[in-house]
Write a protein that binds this ligand. Structure first.
Ligand code: PBG
Length: 318
């Protein structure tokens, strides 16, 4: 017999955007390397509700999981073995029967500022137009520069860059993580995390599997996990969950690495940027999953207390 064992194939569900494909291909390469060639990944692309949106504002009213719904269904049905997502697009509670398998190392979490006219937000002339479809970026911009005009900007990275070139806005924001993965970080100026706090989980990729996945699949995916990134993911998602954060609410959060401790900064804004609530806290590295989640929850509760009844409309009933 000359036949050799061919590698076992894991089907990887992903969106079809250039960024999503890069992320999914990195996971495929990781599977092959971690299994020493015993397994390989096969990319299966899906169009999500979020990809089909053409009406600019729909993105803010389409509910949770706009960019994950169709992938979640395929995973539950067994059409794919795992799904790969930008974690900031993943709802704060996973589908029943699904669990995170790995959080590979976080890419640059900062926001990027893009403008043909200015190096930063403060250099823009009075009344300039800033393009974004993110309520968080809109509220943060209004808080910093109430004189600016916000125009709605959607689409993938290439589309938004084209709109900027066409002069539909004087500036826009893109996550440095996406630009870096696409190999073009130089088109933007990174904004310091202390000037503009990113979305919770920005720059993190989440790998999701069924909770009854076989042991070999779980083991190979576990090898792709990066422990500090997983800690940040748990802290920031617990913060979101405790605020019942949806894409309708301006919420920002980031976990800083402070030597022996994780340091969470959380922020919630009024839609119009007229109010901003911030809280921060720490927990020691090596804390249990429950303790990491407690940090996120505590900071969320502190913000609720600060804001009293003034928090913008959440989808939750409180
Ligand atoms: N909501 C869109 C989205 N989802 C994930 C990224 C890329 C950055 C990341 O991986 O967090 C982007 C683009 C952006 O916000 O500019």
């Amino acid at each position: 017999m000359t036949e050799t064992n061919s590698p076992r194939t894991l089907r990887i569900g992903t969106r079809g955007s250039p960024l999503a494909l890069i992320q999914a291909n990195q996971i495929a390469a990781g599977i092959e390397a971690a299994s020493e060639g015993a397994m390989k990944g096969e990319i299966v692309t899906f169009t999500t509700s979020g990809d089909q949106l053409t009406t600019e504002r729909l993105i803010n009213s389409g509910g949770k999981g706009l960019f994950t719904r169709e992938l979640d269904a395929a995973l539950t049905r067994g059409e794919v073995d795992l799904t790969v997502h930008s974690l900031k697009d993943v709802p704060s509670v996973l589908e029943p029967g699904q669990v995170f398998a790995a959080f590979p190392e976080r890419e640059d979490p900062r926001e990027g500022f893009l403008s043909p006219h200015a190096k930063s937000l403060k250099d823009l002339p009075r009344g300039a137009k800033v393009g974004t479809a993110s309520l968080r970026r809109e509220a943060q911009t209004r808080a910093l520069r109430p004189d600016l005009e916000i125009v709605t900007f959607r689409g993938n990275v290439a589309t938004r860059m084209r709109k900027l070139e066409e002069g539909l806005a004087d500036a826009t924001y893109l996550a440095m993580a996406g630009l870096t993965r696409l190999g073009q970080p130089e088109v933007a100026t990174p904004i310091p995390l202390t000037d503009m706090l990113p979305a919770a989980a920005q720059g993190i990729v989440g790998v999701v599997m069924r909770e009854d996945a076989d042991a070999d699949t779980a083991a190979v995916l576990h090898k792709l996990n990066h422990v500090p990134t997983a800690a940040a993911a748990m802290i920031e998602r617990a913060f979101l969950l405790a605020l019942d954060g949806s894409c309708r609410t301006p919420i920002a959060a980031h976990t800083f690495d402070k030597g022996e401790e994780w340091h969470l900064v959380g922020e919630v804004l009024a839609m119009d940027g007229s109010a901003r609530w911030r809280a921060e806290g720490v927990c020691r590295k090596g804390a249990s999953e429950l303790q990491l989640e407690a940090l996120g929850k505590d900071i969320a509760n502190e913000i609720r207390q600060q804001a009293g009844g003034q928090l913008p409309a959440f989808e939750g009933d409180w």
